[in-house]
Write a protein that binds this ligand. Sequence first.
Ligand SMILES: [Zn+2]
Length: 264
Amino acid sequence: MKKNKLKIIYIYLFAVIILVGIFLIVKKIEAPAKEEVKSNIIQEIPKPEIKIDENIKQESYMIKDYSLVVPKDSKGNKKVVLLTIDDGPSPRTKEIITILKKHNVKAIFFINGSNDKDHAGIIADTAKEGYIIGNHTWSHLDLKKEKDLTKIDKEITKNSELIKQITGSVPKFFRPPYGDITPYVKKFVKDNGMIFMNWSDAAKDWEKSTKDKNVFVGNVLKNLSPGAIILIHEHPWSLANLDSMLSSLEEKGYKFVDPKDIVE
Ligand SMILES: [Zn+2]
């Protein structure tokens, strides 16, 4: 009887040892699996969001002192120019665009709405080709000489309305004829959501001497510096010298800013 009892105790102890052993083995196998699950959970935890300010993209630019184009980010490319072409539309606008496309150059066309009647469809085509239409007043009025403020308002607003009607959006940029800045116009332009823009470099193609290619291109190179806003017009000799001017700027290592990248 005593022997049987001992036997039962031995069997019982043996079973306990086996169970504990199995338990330990199972635990060991499960352990790494658990860790794996854990690491998966860690991976699933969203990484801290890096906030990207849309305005500080490397390719974003802003207008400084009404006459320079500078990268919004201080690390951005400063060796750039912005091309602006005034007083269109004209019979030469399309040929100008052909040359710009050859050089893959974007530009702002500052138009006078009064020219639209004689060159119907040109503004729409220019916009369709990806160029920006800027406001240069309806009839190229000298705003500094004009005393009637209502007339000034109308010159700007009428042109904006035409641009909106043709392109589907109000102009983003305004340039006063002759580059005249007055406090009234400055405020009016700002209140109407436009960026006031003059220039810091020009071909001076209002001078007949610029019919000479070397004079035309030389004028631009003389005042060229990083961030220059270049002014040309749609004169026949401006069209004739445009290709050379763009090649010279490219040779000097300048990149052309796409006005769509100008944020303020
Ligand atoms: Zn003009």
